[in-house]
Every structure is written in C-alpha cells, then in structure tokens.
Design a binder for this molecule. Structure first.
Ligand code: GLV
Ligand code: MN
Ligand code: MN
Length: 411
C-alpha cells in the first residue's frame, strides 16, 4: 500500500497558493473573484490530470471521483476561497490533501478509491456576502435564497449579479442538493487556526464540535454636524456611540462565558471626514460559542447595551441579522476511528473543539461528519502569517488517508 507523496502534496499547495498570492506570502482569493474561479479551475485540472471525473455543481462546488463510480461516497475536501489578506492553508490544505489521498488510493489500486469523492467548496468564508458556507449549504439544500437575493456584496453589487457574472444562478443553487443522496459521510482536514495544539505539543487533533456563529450589522443614526463648532454636550455622535459599544464587547462577553468570543470586524462612519461628526455609523458584530444558547445570551446583552449607549448619546439604532450558523457535534463513531488512526501513526494526538466555522458544520446536519486538525504556527490564521510546518502538513494528509481507509473499512 502506497504512502502519501509528500513532495507532490507540498508542490500542489505551492502552485495553488500562487493563485491570488500576495507578495507578503498571504492570499487574496475572495469568493467569486477571478482568482477564486481560477483556483476552482486549477483544482479541476489537477483532478483531470489524475484521470478523475470532474463536475461543477450549481453553486460552483467542484467534485471529483473515479470515472464510473456512483457512490454513495465518503466525501472529503474543504474550501478554495480565502478571506482578504488571508493565509495560504485555510481551506486549500484540506482540498489539496483530499486530492493527494484519492491519488494515493488509485495508485495503490485500492478498491475503496471507488467509494471516495473529493470536493473544493465555494464561498465558505462568507466575506463577500457577509454570510458564509454558501457552497456546502447549497449541497445540503439549505441556502436562504430570499435573504441573499435582496442583499448586496460588500462592494455594493447585488448578490444575484455577482453570481451571474460567474455563471451561477442564485435561484437554482439549492438544486446542488440532488447530489447529497450520493454522500454517505464527510471528513475534512484543516489547520487548527488557533494556538492550542502548538502550545500542548499535539501533532494531530480530532475535532469534537464546531462553534455556533451569529452575525449582525448594527446601524447607529445620530446627527452629522461641524466638528469644530458643536459643543460636546450637544452632539448626536453616531461614531462615538459605535466606538463605545465596540470597546465594551470584550468585557461583556467575558461576563457571560470565558470560552465565548466576539468580534467587531467592520466599522464604517458616514460621511467619514476628519472635521465632521459622523451622522451614521455601521458595524458588524459576530458572536461564537459551542452552545447556541450562550451565543443568544451574549447577543441579547449586546442589544441591551447598545440601547443604553444610544440613549446616553442621543442616537437611534437598528439591528439587521446577517446569519446564524448553529454549532455542530462531530460523529462519535468517526471520532473514535480517528483517535485510533492517530494513535497508530504514533504521534501525539488529542481532541479539541473548533472556534472557526467549517463546511463540516453544515454537512454534519445531514451525514456522519468528522474533522482532523494539524497545528498552526503561533496560532495565526486569517492573516498572511498563517503557516504550518511541512512535516505536519504531510502528517495530516497521512492521517486523512488512514482515516478514510479505516472509516470505509468499518462501513
Ligand atoms: C471561517 O473561517 C470562519 O470561521 O469565519
Ligand atoms: Mn477554513
Ligand atoms: Mn477561514
């Protein structure tokens, strides 16, 4: 039985990271951008080079399996898009490693190669439409088409137009679900994207669950006025109200739960000039925790606090929900198999939950699903400095191969 070809894996990763690659080593491969489309076609071409049958679905997810294989498949892979100024491994690693695993099975003439399908998901990150997991939701028939059809992307272009420009019809995206009946399980390999594995010296992580993520936009309306002539006590300063809220989020979250996190990742002032009191401020709030109930509790506290602040600052506010992705538990049977596989590889391993969102959390609602992690250096991710040592990258692919074999042997 052949082993993963580590050189080929790393060389593929290098080639893929050149698509949308930045001079600082990071990646700009925003979903639906030219670079993103080029990456999807690169992945398709690589699969064809290995004689796989390749298919793009209605959401531009790209799949490959052996010609003639009809499923049900163990599906493995990850996403090909990145956040702006992101890292080269988030998503791409799991997709390229999945390809390496299937190639190795084919080269080993292992009959289970017929039961494996690989995928590069579309728009997992959710930056472009401020709502993510688009490709995996389409595969599961879960896309909220009405919500998306009325919205614009972050540059102000209506979402249906952004999609149309890439040949995707929003109204038909959920038709991708016709393939779900051919998927029996999902297994995703990913970098940890946090500091816990490196700190504990863990080489391989078996994921127990993925956090629930709530996202919303808060708009504050005050009164635009002259910044030099308006006394401080007469201002309706939307910018100050927004900044006060952003400055209090950390303490507010910690007062509810020490494992919860929240982020104010976008802040816009209007008109946004050095000598004008902002008449309007808009900012995003994202809250994450394994337990949906904790996420709701924190969100309610944010709403109570913004009401108090706006009362004090003589402003008004509106809240627009963007998305709610429930948390997901991974499949206990697959987790146990992965524990055993990691132990057999003779490396340190452990279980951990994921603070990042993943396509696996959508798939988990439909088929038994599991995830494997490798450590991230210094816990850096969603940034150009994202990295994992080559030895860990190869080890993760090896664990994925062993995991695929063991899971299919058991089912
Ligand atoms: C995706 O990486 C997310 O967790 O936002
Ligand atoms: Mn990812
Ligand atoms: Mn990401």
């Amino acid at each position: 039985m052949k082993d993963i070809n580590g050189e080929r894996l790393l060389s593929d990763l290098g080639e893929l990271s050149a698509i949308g690659g930045r001079p600082d080593g990071g990646l700009d491969r925003l979903a639906w951008s030219e670079a993103d489309l080029e990456a999807r076609h690169w992945f398709a071409a690589r699969m064809r080079d290995s004689s796989l049958e390749v298919r793009f679905d209605e959401a531009l997810n790209v799949f490959g399996h052996l010609p003639g294989a009809g499923g049900p498949f163990l599906l493995t892979g990850s996403h090909l898009d990145s956040v702006p100024s992101g890292g080269r491994l988030d998503g791409a690693y799991g997709a390229v490693a999945a390809l390496e695993v299937l190639r190795t099975l084919v080269e080993s003439k292992d009959p289970i190669a017929n039961r494996v399908e690989i995928v590069g998901f579309a728009d997992e990150e959710g930056v472009r439409f401020e709502s993510g997991l688009i490709g995996s939701k389409a595969l599961c028939g879960e896309l909220e088409l009405v919500g998306l059809s009325g919205r614009r992307d972050w540059t102000g272009v209506p979402i249906p137009e952004v999609l149309q420009a890439t040949g995707v019809d929003l109204a038909g995206m959920n038709n991708a679900r016709s393939h779900l009946a051919s998927v029996s399980r999902f297994l995703e390999l990913h970098i940890e994207q946090g500091p816990r594995m490196e700190a504990s010296g863990t080489d391989l992580g078996v994921v127990t669950g993925i956090v629930s993520v709530h996202r919303e936009v808060i708009t504050i309306n005050g009164m635009q006025n002259h910044a030099g002539t308006t006394p401080l006590n007469l201002r309706h300063d939307a910018g100050r109200a927004a900044a006060r809220m952003a400055g209090q989020v950390k303490e507010l979250v910690q007062s509810v739960d020490h494992e919860a996190v929240a982020n104010v990742g976008v802040m816009r002032y209007e008109p946004g000039a050095v000598n004008v009191i902002p008449g309007r401020a808009e900012f995003t709030v994202e809250v994450r925790h394994l337990d949906d109930g904790v996420v709701r509790q924190i969100t309610e506290r944010v709403h109570d606090r913004i009401a108090e602040i706006c009362g004090e600052e003589s402003c008004r506010f509106e809240i627009r929900p963007l998305s709610d992705v429930p948390g997901a538990a991974m499949d206990p049977g697959m987790m146990a198999t992965l524990d055993r596989v990691c132990a057999e590889l003779g490396r340190t391993h452990g279980r951990l939950w994921s603070g990042a969102g993943h396509d696996a959390q959508v798939l988990a609602r439909h088929v038994p699903t599991a995830m494997l992690f490798v450590p991230s250096r210094k816990g850096i991710s969603h940034a150009p400095g994202e990295s994992t040592g080559d030895a860990h990258l190869v080890l993760g692919a090896r664990a994925l191969l062993a995991g695929v074999r063991a899971i299919l042997a058991n089912s």
